[in-house]
Design a protein around this ligand. Structure first.
Ligand SMILES: [Fe+2]
Length: 377
């Protein structure tokens, strides 16, 4: 049967339309695959900021958005707190947008429905003077809502919007799983730390004169490390490294631990085992491993005359070199049964005097800077 001109054009249009749809489908499939690859890369991470940051960065590689943000429910489970936005500068605008969506009731409706949905962006649209939409995807586990992933984007064809919604659904599923995983891991970590902290506290409880020493060592070390520009994760570890550094003293007898005055050579040899005992206690627990240098090496000296291993210079991990300064400073300024603590200024001068011999000169410079700025007292 002959096809007339009109039918031919209609058919051509139809073929063109199907072709476009097909290409869009291939593109979306490719995006889905790339998002799944990313999921398997990140699934083992327990670092919430890292997971969220890389998740939304990946999403933005695949979908054109004006902004992409994550809001998390606070510990009480009542309020949504803005956690991260990309680009960062739109964070405040996103907070206002979500507030407006909460006020209008749309946000609550989407969250309780449990599935992502797309609505006109109230605040964002006005600010940008364009027709923008916000897509909101709830993050949840079986028991509760964990937060929401949101994107703001230019109103688009319905077909593309549906695909974007699907991608956001996948991303929110991944975020929900990772958050649950990370929270469980946090709980587990906390119970481990609490148990070990109880052991460390029992050491301090046996010696009234060192009470509070571990916490002060952690605080001083953190100030020096901040001066050195350490990152958030390393700074977090210092708290535990400081609190647990003398953990091994649990294996040293009271007569040696509480002896007023100088230890005999024999007693000192026993005392010198506490860094090794401490690292044995936490050895084998994977996430406590970053604490080992604090515990094992806080009595090493930069000139190699320390213990237990007699390591020298940069053979000593930076954590050990750092703690050595804070530990010595606090020991000098604290009262002991047989002597009163030194004045802060004198203890400071003593640390500076031992730069390059007992202590790492680079870290002493950071200590000096912090002391002069009044951060260490
Ligand atoms: Fe010690």
């Amino acid at each position: 049967m002959a096809v007339d001109g009109g039918d031919h054009r209609t058919m051509q249009k139809r073929i063109q339309y199907l072709d476009e749809q097909n290409r869009a489908l291939v593109a979306i499939q490719d995006k889905l695959e790339r998002l799944s690859d990313f999921r398997s890369d990140m699934i083992l991470s327990h670092d919430i900021p890292e997971i969220l940051q890389s998740g939304i960065a990946k999403f933005q590689e695949l979908v054109k958005t004006e902004a992409c943000s994550v809001f998390l429910v606070d510990a009480d489970g009542f309020e949504f707190r803005h956690e991260i936005s990309l680009p960062e500068r739109v964070g405040t605008l996103m907070e206002k947008e979500i507030d407006a969506q909460i006020l209008s009731g749309t946000f609550g409706w989407i969250i309780s429905s449990g599935t992502p949905a797309c609505v006109p962006a109230e605040v964002f649209g006005k600010a940008e003077g364009r027709r923008l939409s916000v897509m909101i995807a709830p993050l949840s586990n079986k028991e509760r809502t964990l937060g929401a992933a949101t994107i703001v984007f230019e109103q688009d064809e319905d077909f593309i919007r549906q695909q974007t919604l699907k991608l956001l659904y996948i991303l929110s599923g991944f975020f929900s799983l990772s958050l649950e995983n990370a929270y469980l891991f946090e709980d587990l970590k906390k119970s481990y730390f609490d148990t070990i902290r109880a052991v460390a506290n029992s050491v301090e409880a046996r010696d009234a004169y060192t009470r509070g020493h571990s916490n002060r060592v952690a605080a001083i070390s953190k100030i020096i490390a901040a001066e050195m520009g350490w990152n958030r994760r390393d700074l977090e570890m210092i708290d535990w490294g400081g609190v647990l550094h003398d953990l091994g003293k649990v294996g040293i007898s009271d007569t040696i631990l509480n002896k007023p005055g100088k230890l005999t050579d024999e007693e000192f040899a026993i005392m010198k085992a506490h860094p090794s005992i401490g690292s044995q206690i936490i050895g084998g627990i994977a996430f406590l491993e970053p604490l080992i240098p604090y515990i094992a090496q806080h009595h090493e000296r930069y000139d190699g005359r320390g213990y237990p291993a007699g390591l020298k210079g940069e053979e000593i991990a930076i954590q050990g070199r750092l703690l050595a300064i804070a530990d010595t400073y606090d020991a000098m300024t604290s009262d002991r049964p047989y002597r009163k603590g030194l004045d802060a200024r004198i203890a400071y001068e003593e640390i500076v005097r031992c730069s390059g011999s007992q202590f790492d000169p680079v870290l002493v410079r950071a200590f000096e800077k912090a002391f002069k700025a009044g951060k260490i007292v």
